[in-house]
Design a protein around this ligand. Structure first.
Ligand code: CU
Length: 145
């Protein structure tokens, strides 16, 4: 009961029924994510692992995973992030648009992030913000319902 009370206190709502959802996404030199659609319940804990299975150098074929808040467009984010080479295409100026992210990965590297799905049902977009990758189809959606 103590744990339950702590959970309610920490989140303001009871999410004990929702287990952590683990999502493994692989990326490769063809600029594709293996997963482009994720379903979740409001507030559900989600653990995303991103594995870059490509072999090309990070400078020409890096991959990241950026999940945007409600109402933000992945193509617009990608375009704005384009000049931010030194910030690995996740500029601080755009941090207010980001719900969760996994930093840029080189070949054979992996990263992970754990976060809670938004409480508000809806569609939230994610993308790889490395230049031209989102435009080439490296994007997807988290649907909360
Ligand atoms: Cu990419």
């Amino acid at each position: 009961m103590a744990l339950l009370a702590a959970t309610i206190a920490a989140t303001g709502r009871l999410h004990a029924a929702d287990p952590v959802k683990t999502v493994l996404i692989t990326a490769n030199d063809q600029m594709k994510y293996s997963v482009t659609h994720i379903d979740a319940h409001p507030g559900q804990p989600i653990h995303v692992q991103l594995k870059n299975e490509g072999t090309l150098p990070k400078e020409v074929m890096g991959h990241n995973w950026v999940l945007l808040k409600a109402g933000f467009d992945p193509m617009a984010y990608a375009t704005s992030a384009l000049p931010a080479v030194k910030e690995n295409f996740e500029p601080k100026a755009l941090a207010g648009q980001v719900l969760a992210s996994i930093s840029l990965l080189g070949a054979r590297h992996e990263g992970e992030v754990t976060f809670n799905a938004p409480e508000t049902p809806g569609t939230y977009f994610f993308l790889c913000s490395f230049p031209a990758h989102c435009q080439s189809g490296m994007r997807g959606e988290l649907v909360v319902k």
